[in-house]
Design a binder for this molecule. Structure first.
Ligand SMILES: [Zn+2]
Length: 114
């Protein structure tokens, strides 16, 4: 899903720290943007410092929730395998580490990354 297709409520809520990690490694925890921190604060009426922690926690809970069911999929044009959660080439995104939806044969082993 491209950023243009995404509901505005979900755009610009996650800070991509720009750091690199090995392909197929477990994704790093997210940090919330000021937009999302403000959204949390507006809806939960909590203090600034607590809102930062709460926003980060909510983002990472949503990430774990989605990644928990991640699996390799092909689109209707036959492109894939892609991650059903983030649509990157499977398993380069690393969501296989967070999925409980894979059989033992589907799980890439640690150390296979180039
Ligand atoms: Zn993924």
């Amino acid at each position: 899903m491209s950023a243009e297709q995404m509901n505005p409520e979900f755009t610009a809520i996650i800070i991509n720290d720009g750091g690199t990690r090995p392909v197929m490694s477990k994704p790093k925890p997210f940090k919330a943007t000021k937009k999302f921190i403000q959204h949390v604060q507006d809806n939960l009426a909590i203090p600034d410092d607590t809102a930062v922690e709460a926003a980060d926690w909510i983002l990472n809970l949503m990430e774990r929730y989605g990644a928990n069911s991640a699996q390799p999929v092909f689109d209707m044009e036959g492109n894939g395998p892609r991650c059903s959660w983030c649509f990157m080439i499977w398993p380069l995104c690393g969501h296989h580490h967070m999925s409980s939806n894979l059989g033992a044969d589907d799980e890439a082993e640690d150390g296979e990354a180039a």
